[in-house]
Design a binder for this molecule. Structure first.
Ligand code: ZN
Length: 251
């Protein structure tokens, strides 16, 4: 049996636009069996979403996750028990994820916009130290289809679990990009990630991208008016961001 997981989702308790309830409903509607809530530098929204899904007996499982800001770029922790501190070295962050039995996933590798991304060098080093488990081959927000090809090529060497994630900041994109895994629940998924038996799937089309870019614009305007209740987002200065982008381009 094959099931679907969307392992990179944001709620309006962080910088997303949709509530935990809307995310749960959208995932069920999209036929997703397991989701991970990965709000920025906090696991509270994931806990809230998990409790809600249990309460409303939703036919899907919620993994406690966190998208953590590190000095070198963002890293996702899945199956977490405790919050991981942000703004550390990426190696330290990955160690902390593994120390609590979690899995470390590389989100949007080498992407220049929308987020703060790691580069090939860090991933090679993380992999050498056996500190990472999965790599997003597809991320809904990728601005350039060549990114996925580059990641897949590099992953031939790394042999990380292949992941597709919607990185949804709005319920309408949940499940547009997802991960296929053998089994049916979060335990099966964890096993499949460790054994590198997952598959990344991208079902997003051009219209979806137009919609999300519009949604993002609305989000930015909305955030300007009233920032989310959980202010855990790390702001990166424009000079720092530019230097980071140049570093990624030079690789
Ligand atoms: Zn994200």
């Amino acid at each position: 049996m094959k099931s679907k997981a969307d392992l990179h989702l944001h709620t309006n308790l962080s910088d997303g636009l949709s509530s935990p309830k809307e995310i749960i409903n959208a995932a069920v509607k999209a036929g997703i069996n397991v989701i991970a809530i990965t709000d920025h530098n906090t696991i509270k929204p994931a806990r809230i979403t998990k409790e809600l899904a249990l309460k409303q007996k939703a036919p899907l499982e919620i993994i406690i996750g966190e998208e953590i800001f590190t000095i070198q770029g963002e890293l996702i922790g899945l199956f977490l028990k405790n919050k991981i501190a942000h703004s550390l070295e990426v190696f330290k962050t990955a160690e902390k994820i593994k120390a609590q039995g979690g899995l470390a996933i590389i989100p949007h590798l080498k992407r220049l916009f929308h987020g703060y991304s790691l580069g090939f060098k860090e991933v090679t080093e993380l992999n050498k130290r056996q500190l990472i488990d999965g790599l997003e081959i597809y991320n809904f927000w990728d601005h350039n289809f060549l990114l996925a090809a580059g990641r897949a090529k590099a992953n031939k060497k790394w042999q990380l679990a292949m992941i597709g994630s919607s990185d949804s900041h709005h319920a309408m994109t949940v499940g547009k990009v997802y991960t296929n895994f053998p089994g049916k629940n979060a335990d099966d998924l964890k096993k499949a990630l460790v054994e590198r038996k997952t598959l990344a799937v991208n079902r997003a089309n051009f219209l979806d991208h137009c919609l999300i870019e519009t949604g993002h614009l609305i989000e930015l305007l909305k955030r300007k008016k009233s920032p989310g209740p959980d202010k855990q987002i790390v702001k990166v200065g424009s000079r720092e961001r530019l230097n980071h982008m140049i570093k990624l381009l030079k690789e």
